[in-house]
Design a protein around this ligand. Sequence first.
Ligand SMILES: [Zn+2]
Length: 159
Amino acid sequence: MFSINSVLTASCMPVIRAYSTCGQKNRVPAKYLANTGRCGACKSPLPPIAEPLAVDDALFDEVVQNAPVPILVDFWAEWCAPCRAAAPEVARTAADMAGKAIVLKVDTEKYPQFAARFQVRGIPNFAVFFGGRPVMQQAGLVSHEQMEQWLRSAAPVSA
Ligand SMILES: [Zn+2]
């Protein structure tokens, strides 16, 4: 099991709290999630997000609309065995692509409205967004290599 340590409940303007080595919570706007920042307390570098981020509606839109990098969305549910099998692949993708992409997880049981919005009929279901727009969507378990390939091909120019 991996842990999602950045769960956040949205208010009006969602921000994400990242944890630096000193334990300080830092507010990071969605558009800077893939950047290296600086801890507000100890000034040490705050690395780009490297783990999947659990999102609700508001934070999903905030990240998809504002992130300058491709985004992988994992539509999943706790009862879904293939989703649990996909979880390490999703986590690995977030780690491998830190600074180059952002990985979001949507709990389709908690937020069933996403299923209608993105026509999610079978899970796990993966979607890639870039520049606020959907690039591709596919159901079924895949490897992290495949996920990373989707993300790399989603951005027209990648460093
Ligand atoms: Zn710090």
